[in-house]
Design a protein around this ligand. Structure first.
Ligand SMILES: [Zn+2]
Length: 334
């Protein structure tokens, strides 16, 4: 089974100008590193245009586009972004273009309704992870929304963004009620516990080791560390060794490494006592540079590197596991 365990859909803010600025800020250094934008000064409007960075920023992606860009994939995990204020603007997953059948004006407060509507429209392909933010209307409201999105909307996983939303996943008041409810509901929790290129993101809340408290207090909760905890990859891997129900997915990290480095990463994980069954394929689509087919092909080809180097191969079952079977087992699909 081929599964992309980390994708986004729809758009991130009602105001397209704000969305464009948001996307530009997060991708500035990436475009500079590719030689597409000047360093040591702000790019001009013309330079942004000719860099190839879409003027619309986070593009509007509906279910049709997502499936089009995932040829050959059996399942696509779509992740909601819960509401938060950024520079006075309420952002989060919105359906500004009326792609779903959710009635009323578009607002991030309905982020989970939009994700659920897309899953309903194609339940064979989409797996929906809702999202809550305890720093928006408090932990109690977040827990109530978590119950609603699972019991009423039928969503089967939770995505959390502590470092974007200014709360620590080790905070007993903010985080523990959410983890307790997720454990009770038996749903997996994917946490953006990794860095971010956005200036407003709080790196002090981003370390994978901050999830240790969740692992100790909620041992039967299934927790997935997003993006391999980049830039703290070994820290994330160590958390997987320590906690039986911790997993990770490779989005972002897989886009920054060569195929040989990806092969070496998998060998390193095994040497670090991380069974590869704890690792899932993910892309962070529709993020730029994150083409699902290209990244999947990179992972499928790691043994060509092993053969070239004359070193140990990764077993086919292990690669197939990362590409989808591991995640399918976590979700009870296999
Ligand atoms: Zn993401």
């Amino acid at each position: 089974m081929l599964i992309d365990a980390h994708t986004h859909i729809l758009s991130l803010a009602e105001d397209p100008e704000f969305t464009a600025e948001y996307g530009r800020e997060g991708s500035l250094c990436i475009y500079r590193s590719l030689g597409l934008l000047p360093s040591h000064r702000d790019p001009t409007e013309e330079e942004w245009e000719s860099s190839g960075f879409s003027r619309k920023g986070f593009p509007v992606i509906g279910p049709v586009e997502s499936i089009r860009d995932h040829p050959g994939f059996d399942k696509i995990v779509i992740l909601a972004v819960s509401p938060q204020f950024l520079d006075g603007e309420l952002i989060g997953t919105v359906d500004s273009y009326g792609i779903t059948d959710v009635p009323g004006p578009s607002t991030p407060e309905k982020c989970n309704d939009y994700i659920a509507a897309i899953v309903r429209s194609n339940p064979d392909v989409f797996i929906g992870f809702g999202s809550v933010n305890p720093n928006y209307r408090g932990p109690k409201a977040a827990v109530a929304e978590l119950e609603r999105m699972v019991n009423e909307l039928g969503l089967t996983g939770l995505k959390l963004y502590p470092m974007y939303q200014d709360w620590s996943p080790a905070d007993p008041v903010m985080a523990f009620p959410i983890f307790a409810k997720a454990e009770e509901l038996g749903i997996p929790v994917l946490v953006h516990q990794a860095g971010s290129t956005r200036v407003d993101a709080r790196m002090e809340y981003a370390n994978p080791a901050l999830l240790d408290a969740a692992g100790r207090h909620f041992p039967s909760m299934k927790l997935i560390i997003a993006h391999c905890g980049i830039p703290w990859i070994d820290e994330a891997l160590f958390m997987l060794t320590k906690h039986p129900n911790f997993y990770t997915e490779v989005s972002y990290h897989i886009a920054t490494v060569t195929r040989e480095e990806l092969y070496r990463f998998l060998i390193h994980a095994k040497q670090f006592f991380v069974p590869l069954e704890k690792i899932f394929f993910g892309t962070d689509y529709p993020g730029f540079l994150y083409d699902p087919v290209e990244l999947m092909t990179k992972l499928r080809g790691v043994n060509e590197e092993a053969d070239r180097l004359g070193t140990a191969r990764i077993a086919d079952e292990e690669i197939d596991g990362i590409l989808g079977n591991n995640f399918a087992r976590l979700m009870g699909l296999l």
